[in-house]
Design a protein around this ligand. Structure first.
Ligand code: AMP
Ligand code: MG
Length: 961
């Protein structure tokens, strides 16, 4: 564009800057939500050429409608460049020859395609018209523009002018020239920015947290937003108007107050922030109310509720605070955000439309044509945006991101908002803090109905259940490993003999026995033996790094350690060691010597510990989860119904024994008369071998992480035929769920932290149905709560809490840590606790839970809990590392890996000398060697392992900036 063709180069208004940033930031090829579409239905003999000329005249009269937006080359500041002339994009489509149904379908298609067509913001005009001829006397005029050009207020003015120009084209030069938009920009430049900054700083002082209904990690929208329109009744609308008059509150304040209460309810806060759109038209700029352009501004609204105060008092303060900020409404949102920490304050918006665009108020009738209907499509990028249109019936248009909310959830939110408006209209003196966004019926449904899982807790412990199976079918195969099989009778004898030895070494109730054994038939025999003595077993994976094994042993303080002698890990001095190799290998020998020490056959109390499992902790020191007998028995009883097993069934166990879910693999079959086959680690890590083993051993059930299932489902789907697939430990991706339900006989998705005993919720997945984590298991209650521990409504994300029979006793010897995560259950009986999982979930309307991520840095790699903070801390201990960040990345094909990024402590100046390069190189190697040990040629992080027992390689720290 040469100079002479340019009319003007102007700065941007605050909202224009924001919108430009958003459109640039998200030019990913999806729809631009700020493409606004207006549709005018016109009745009468419309003259197409005349309306087109009228539209072109608009562009001539209003230079700011000709603006294109670009970054200034030198300073990088955005500017709007106004050319002298632009050509107006104008399209005409004749659908009058089609049938009514075809016409409607084709119109819809046209409108949708038009909305999806982005504007190139640098190439004006950012508007276009399409005239659709539907019949001789009916037309639909579609006016589409980028929100950068126009605000809502301007639309009414623009439509009136358009039709005035249509009616009297000859008057176009006689019409009063509009007040130039640059006058407004000049006004903006004259405002006192310092005073405004001060005012906003004051208004936002003390904000501790942002108010985010969709949470911190909501990501970017994946599709166009949808909206739900609700008209309040005439009675409620009138009652609100009357209340406003008597309490001297504007209708806008009442609506904002209701929204504030709703958002407070969704986020569990009494100090909430959302955004509003203000008209931005200055009182002291003459003609401002007649101008066409972008004047509106998006600004934060803060609503606080003090303890004990009434609703009306909270609303009055809201209104007064807004009033005080009125003179400072010209400050841009980015400037306001730079004043506070955190900068992202809100994720919802309320727009109170003062200028409803209905044909009645527009009263457009030009000659013999008449405007019969105006409709619009406008949206924002916020997860939730409430647009309010006054009228005899207040209209609420709630637009929402479809990847975060479904229609039913949004309908419930609207109902709740309506209920809050009722309350404001009829009961404004009620204490604001007592307002609950849930109805009593909803609370009951969420807390009671959905948790109606009570049933008799089994009285017998694992050792007793096993003994019953031994009596019933002593000759049936119980365990198979490494080419060896033991019958129930043989396994009983072996474990009895071991139990005798253990008891002699001091094993008994409330003692711990550390078990570090390879995956042979002696592994289940040992675990059973420990339980028979009444002691708790603490499993150790011999493949774990010596450092971690030492940490766990130090934490557990066992009465003895059982090993099979295959590991050279140094064991703590003074602790007796029972070497499996010292026992006769031939199980038939167990018979003759079975009496030695005697089988104590203790019947444990349900509260006594059955096992201790160590999980990673953010402190870097593993913590031992202590699970009681009662919790284990309850879990096995539930799983026994869910996965019916009996003689002839075979469960193929693949999980390393240091995870709690290995207990299910071993004890579920052994308490049901079925067989457990232990796959060795090399088989587990080789999909082809594993597939072969599944088929060869005739497995009917197998439990594994999604990561492991993916390796099988991809290349060996035939191995899954007839199998009951149990998956859990990590989120199950949709595509994998589809593959599994397609290939296997049955698929159950299981969810649960170690702290609530193996699994806590379960979903039986059907082909094609969405993946969920289902419902709480027997005697288990789950809650989805906000920050104030109040249940959130269906469809809304919240923190997931688990209570009931599965709860562990806590972390052994770590009372503080236990108290942090096992908290009082506000909905349970006296003294009952619930476990704060750190997971995020949402209830679905049909009573099942959807998993929605984590609140912290915990990630799962092949089922293993990894605290990224823990690894970052380890990285930072290195003297050469100043800063470190660890992220879990999902690679193509769904593999998750850990990436570590470090910043060297030796801050690089401008001279990147060869010496410095060498230093960096050495430092890099040094860090790498410290953190990773070589294991059979594969580097791995010293502190990680996985469900399948393989070390987790951490990607090279290739970012060395
Ligand atoms: P763990 O204590 O090792 O069993 O890990 C428990 C954590 O694994 C949970 O808190 C979840 O974050 C995650 N998890 C377990 N099962 C599932 C599942 N089915 N879907 C999604 N996440 C899961
Ligand atoms: Mg678990």
């Amino acid at each position: 564009m040469t100079r002479s063709r340019i009319d003007d180069v102007l700065p941007l208004s605050p909202l224009q800057e924001g919108l430009l940033f958003l459109s640039r930031y998200d030019d990913s090829g999806s729809d631009d939500v700020y493409v606004v579409q207006f549709r005018f239905d016109i009745d009468g003999p419309l003259d197409a050429d005349r309306i087109r000329t009228a539209a072109e005249t608009l562009l001539e009269r209003h230079p700011n409608l000709r603006a294109g937006f670009r970054q200034q080359r030198r300073e990088g500041r955005p500017v709007q460049v106004v050319p002298r002339t632009v050509r107006l994009p104008w399209d005409e489509v004749d659908l009058s020859g089609l049938s009514a149904a075809e016409r409607a379908a084709e119109t819809d298609r046209l409108l949708q395609a038009d909305r999806a067509l982005r504007f190139d913001l640098a190439r004006p005009p950012l508007m276009r018209f399409t005239l659709i001829r539907l019949g001789p006397r009916t037309h639909r005029l579609v006016f589409t523009h980028h929100h950068l050009l126009l605000d809502g207020w301007s639309m009414g003015l623009l439509i009136k002018e358009l039709f005035a120009l249509y009616e009297r084209p000859a008057d176009r030069h006689a019409l009063r020239p509009p007040v130039p938009y640059r006058d407004y920009l000049g006004w903006l430049a004259r405002q006192d920015e310092t005073a405004a900054r001060q005012a906003w700083s004051g208004a936002l002082a003390g904000v501790e947290e942002p108010t985010l209904v969709a949470g911190q990690e909501r990501g970017r929208a994946t599709g166009a937003p949808a909206e739900l329109v609700t008209d309040l009744s005439e009675e409620l609308t009138a009652a609100l108007v009357a209340r406003g008059r008597s309490a001297r509150l504007t209708l806008n304040t009442l609506v904002q107050g209701a929204w504030g209460l709703l958002v407070g309810g969704l986020t569990g806060r009494h100090d909430v922030i959302f955004a509003e759109i203000v008209s931005g038209r200055p009182d002291d700029l003459s003609g401002a109310e007649t101008m066409i352009g972008m004047f509106a501004n998006a600004l934060p609204v803060r609503m606080t509720v003090a303890p004990g105060e009434s609703l009306v008092a909270a609303l009055r303060r809201l209104q007064e605070n807004r009033g005080r900020l009125m003179p400072h409404q010209h400050l841009g949102l980015s400037a306001i955000q730079s004043l506070v920490e955190p900068a992202e304050l809100f994720d919802t918006m309320v727009i109170f439309e003062n200028y409803p665009l209905d044909p009645d108020t527009l009263q457009v009738a030009a000659g013999d044509i008449r405007l019969t209907e105006v409709s619009e499509h406008a949206a924002t990028h916020y997860p939730l945006c409430l647009m309010v249109l006054p009228g005899d019936r207040l209209r609420l248009r709630l637009s929402y991101r479809t990847d975060l909310y479904d229609r039913a959830t949004v309908a419930r939110l609207t109902e709740r908002l309506t209920a809050l408006l009722e309350l404001l209209a009829h009961d404004p003196d009620r204490p604001a803090a007592t307002v609950d966004v849930l109805s009593a019926a909803e609370r009951w449904d969420l807390l009671v109905t959905r948790n109606d899982t009570a049933r008799p807790v089994p009285g017998a412990a694992v050792s007793q259940l096993f003994a019953a199976q031994v009596r019933e079918h002593p000759g049936a195969v119980a365990v198979r490993a490494g080419g060896r099989e033991l019958t129930y009778a043989a396994l009983d004898r072996r474990s009895a003999r071991l139990a005798g030895r253990l008891a002699a070494l001091g094993a008994g109730p409330e003692q711990r026995v550390a078990v570090m054994a390879e995956r042979t038939t002696d592994l289940p025999a040992t675990l059973l033996a420990v339980l028979r003595t009444g002691a708790a077993y603490a499993p150790l994976d011999p493949l774990h790094p010596a450092e971690r094994i030492a940490q766990v042993l130090d934490d557990v303080r066992p009465v003895c350690v059982v090993t099979d002698g295959t590991t050279d890990v140094p064991l703590p001095a003074g602790v007796p060691v029972l070497r499996l190799a010292d026992l006769p290998a031939d199980p038939s020998a167990d018979d003759e010597t079975g009496g030695e020490g005697g089988d104590p056959a203790a019947v444990p109390h349900p509260d006594q510990a059955a096992y201790v499992i160590h999980t990673s902790g953010s402190t870097g020191r593993p913590k031992g989860v202590v699970v009681p007998h009662g919790a284990l028995a309850n879990h096995l009883a539930d799983m026994g119904e869910r996965v019916p097993l009996g003689p002839g069934d075979r469960l193929l166990a693949v999980t390393t024994v240091s995870f709690d879910i290995a207990a299910l693999e071993i004890f579920l079959p052994l308490t049901r008369g079925a067989a457990v086959a232990l796959a060795d680690q090399d088989t587990v890590l080789d999909p082809a071998a594993l597939a072969g083993t599944i088929t060869a051993c005739g497995a009917t059930v197998m439990q594994a992480t999604p990561t492991l299932w993916r390796t099988l489902a991809g290349d060996h789907p035939e191995a899954l035929r007839g199998l009951h697939v149990l998956t859990g430990g990590e989120p199950l991706p949709d595509d994998l769920a589809a593959a599994l339900t397609g290939a296997a006989a049955e698929v159950t998705n299981l969810y649960g932290p170690t702290e609530t005993t193996i699994w806590s919720t379960a979903a039986s997945l059907r082909p094609g149905a969405p993946v969920t984590i289902g419902r709480p298991m027997a005697n288990t209650r789950v809650y989805v709560l906000d920050g104030a521990l109040r249940p959130v409504p269906v469809g809304v994300r919240g923190g997931l809490y688990v209570a009931g029979a599965g709860l562990a006793r806590g972390y052994g010897g770590r009372a503080g840590l236990t108290a942090e995560r096992f908290v009082a259950d506000p909905f349970g009986g006296a003294g009952e606790r619930m476990y704060r999982t750190g997971d995020v979930a949402a209830w679905r309307a049909d009573g099942v839970l959807e998993f929605a991520g984590r609140v912290d840095g915990q990630v799962k790699i092949r089922g293993f809990r990894v605290e990224t903070g823990e690894i970052e801390a380890a990285l930072r201990t290195h003297p050469q590392v100043a800063e470190a960040a660890v992220v879990a990345r999902t690679e193509q094909g769904g593999t998750r890996r850990l990436d570590g990024y470090v910043v060297p402590a030796t801050a690089g100046g401008e001279s990147a000398s060869a010496q410095r390069e060498q230093d960096r190189e050495r430092a890099w190697r040094d860090v790498y060697d410290t953190l990773y040990r070589e294991r059979e040629g594969e580097p791995y992080a010293a502190w990680t392992s996985s469900y399948d027992g393989a070390p987790i390689p951490v990607a090279e720290m290739d970012e060395w900036r």
